[in-house]
Design a protein around this ligand. Sequence first.
Ligand code: TRP
Length: 341
Amino acid sequence: MAIERVLPLYTGNMARIMSGIQPTGNLHIGNYLGALVNWVKMQEQFECFYCVVDLHALTRRPAAEVLRQAVREVAIGILASGVDPERATLFVQSQVPQHSELAWVLTCMTPLGDLHRMTQFKDKSTQQPENINTGLFSYPILQTADIVLYRADRVPVGEDQEQHLELARETVRRFNGIYGDTFPEPQVVKSVAPRVLGLDGEKKMSKSLNNEIGLFESADETMQKLRGAKTDPARLRKTDPGNPEVCNIFRYHKFFTGAEQRAEIDAGCRSAALGCVDCKKLLSANLEVVKGPIRERATLLREQPKRLDEILDAGAARARAEAEATMQIVRDRVGLRQTKR
Ligand code: TRP
């Protein structure tokens, strides 16, 4: 077999990271804590491939213009959060056709039963009963292709994606078993905040549930939303002592407020010296320390659409070179003809 013939195969010692994010609505602090913070941190230590998964988004059948815009906005959010396109490879999935190509090959070696077990498919089928398409069902196979195309060994994802990662590992073992060692088994990297709740304090933060704190929101907009947000349900009056452990607002403080101030808030809540509105104002201010600079960088990027195009096209070119190297091995192993490109 002709692995040696196919250069440039990755031979570095640096672990390879691959992760994807859906182009949906506006980014919120759940995306930021669950994915983007990790992405930014990891680019310093590892070789990273970050992908805006527009092919996955097609399972929701968005209007073309809505999808086009969402892809740009998510890319802007990723860059504004601090992903450096010189260090990490940032690209849009559909610009690397090898994702679809490998997904088909893997589809042909995935038992139906494995996909039937996926809880996300069941969830999504309930969420969009009018559009239970085959893409929704085979979604995790495309996700596996995303990962193994770059022979990534680590994948940062939230806990809702762990089942998909397990399927990816199984697929890798199956492929390697049949065709010889080809792909490494990707490991899950847990995120700082695997599950950030929305302002309702009940469900995972999500644009579609309308319970999100947007990453690009102004401080005023955020404070407006925080005013209506649930706190300790037992704390009815300002003079009632509260319990931070059951308060969703305090949970956000854990991510955005330093230890010292957090201890003060904790004590103030328990003694009723600090009211919920003031506690929310502190949170809003601390959120703004993170969101403010991101919002400003995003505004600058929106004013330079050409520059964004260049970044994404350059990222796609790098990703394609890597993906094509992998596909040449895969075609060789499964018996497909190569095409000179
Ligand atoms: N399915 C992931 C999600 O909904 C997004 C995703 C697509 C992904 N391809 C990926 C995540 C590859 C990690 C690696 O969050």
